[in-house]
Design a protein around this ligand. Structure first.
Ligand code: NAD
Ligand code: UDP
Length: 312
């Protein structure tokens, strides 16, 4: 198959491309390199079955493809809040352009949505039928509401135009290739501990998140894309940790002498998050296989190679 991956030079997109190329597909990667980098896809650049297009999805594009994995959108709060209007354009106009493309060429369309559609949830763990608690005028809303509209657009193109859609709600995912300046919690703590800087816990660290290793998530993506259910479907690891527990774990793994300091909690920061993955188990026979400790070891190794490599 010829498969388009938008945001393919990013963290999740590049891991997905590795899997699709290994399966023998032709892959077209489309990215504007806002948070992505050519380094992530370097090994495919000379492969005749791989094409890289520098393109911003807020502009239309004509391509012939069989499947579209639509991942283009900055995922870290630091990056999506840097230019919130652009984030909304990417989620709304960009998603509309990609759905228009899917409609024209009759491609199956996969939307990378997010657990952020549940906002600061008052149902725990979160099931797909929970409608969420999102502040529509807050600093996270360019992303939360942007993704909610992206889901709405997907379902409207499906009902109105018969576009074949798949919608996944991704919970916090981590792994090798996260940028050192990504701003998300796992990458911040690992980079800080390796540099012997204090680990910055926001608030008192009692808020929770559930962390999924990237290879598990990509396996779920491919199963959902190729099954008969359209979603929305949660994919994530139900193991739930407080942010302070995560800081202590990374501190112990890298640098027990590292300091932990507390900084103000950002506005609208969700207090708890854990996926209910009953649907993924039932529809896809999927559940995560990589425990947090093992995933962190692999991620720490990747950061160590980069950070210590740069210092040489
Ligand atoms: P990332 O920031 O590493 O990757 C996003 C990619 O999209 C980057 O390569 C970036 O350059 C590209 N991009 C951004 N705006 C673009 C535009 N207008 N046109 C073309 N390309 C553009 O983030 P990620 O962690 O790989 O996330 C990928 C997708 O998964 C995003 O849609 C994100 O919302 C979703 N998601 C990720 C997580 C997670 O924990 N990683 C959780 C929930 C949802
Ligand atoms: N966080 C933190 N220190 C950091 C970065 C993040 O304590 O250096 C907290 C953040 O406030 C949030 C959690 O870790 O409660 C997860 O943050 P992240 O940005 O990774 O993802 P999201 O909030 O989008 O789930």
């Amino acid at each position: 198959m010829r498969i388009l991956v938008t945001g393919g030079a990013g963290f999740l997109g590049s891991h997905l491309i590795d899997r699709l190329m290994a399966q023998g597909h032709e892959v077209v990667c489309l990215d504007n390199f806002y948070t992505g980098t050519k380094r992530h896809i370097l090994k495919w650049l000379d492969n005749p079955y791989f094409e890289l297009i520098r393109h911003d999805i807020t502009e239309p594009i004509r391509l012939e493809v069989d499947q579209i994995y639509h991942l283009a959108c900055p995922a870290s709060p630091v990056h999506y809040q840097y230019n919130p209007v652009k984030t909304i354009k990417t989620n709304v106009i960009g998603t509309m352009n990609m759905l228009g493309l899917a409609k024209r060429v009759k491609a199956r369309f996969f939307l990378a949505s997010t657990s952020e559609v549940y906002g600061d949830p008052d149902v725990h763990p979160q099931t797909e039928d929970y409608r969420g608690n999102v502040n529509c005028i807050g600093i996270r809303s360019c992303y939360d509401e942007g993704k909610r509209v992206a889901e709405t657009l997907s379902f409207d193109y499906h009902r109105q135009n018969g576009v074949d859609i798949r919608v996944v709600r991704i919970f916090n995912t981590y792994g090798p290739r996260m940028l050192e300046n990504d701003g998300r919690v796992v990458s911040n703590f690992i980079a800080q501990a390796l540099r012997n800087e204090p680990l910055t816990v926001y608030g008192d660290g009692s808020q929770t998140r559930s962390f999924c290793y990237v290879s598990d998530l990509v396996e779920g993506f491919i199963r959902l894309m190729n099954c008969d259910e359209i979603g929305p479907m949660n994919l994530g690891n139900p193991g739930e940790y407080t942010i302070l527990e995560l800081a202590q774990k990374i501190q112990n793994m890298i640098n027990p002498g590292a300091e932990i300091i507390f900084k103000p909690l950002p506005e609208d920061d969700p207090k708890q998050r854990q996926p209910d993955i009953t649907l993924a188990k039932k529809w896809l026979g999927w559940e995560p296989t990589v425990p947090l400790d093992q995933g962190l070891e692999l991620t720490i190794k990747d950061f160590r190679d980069r950070i210590e490599g740069n210092q040489k």
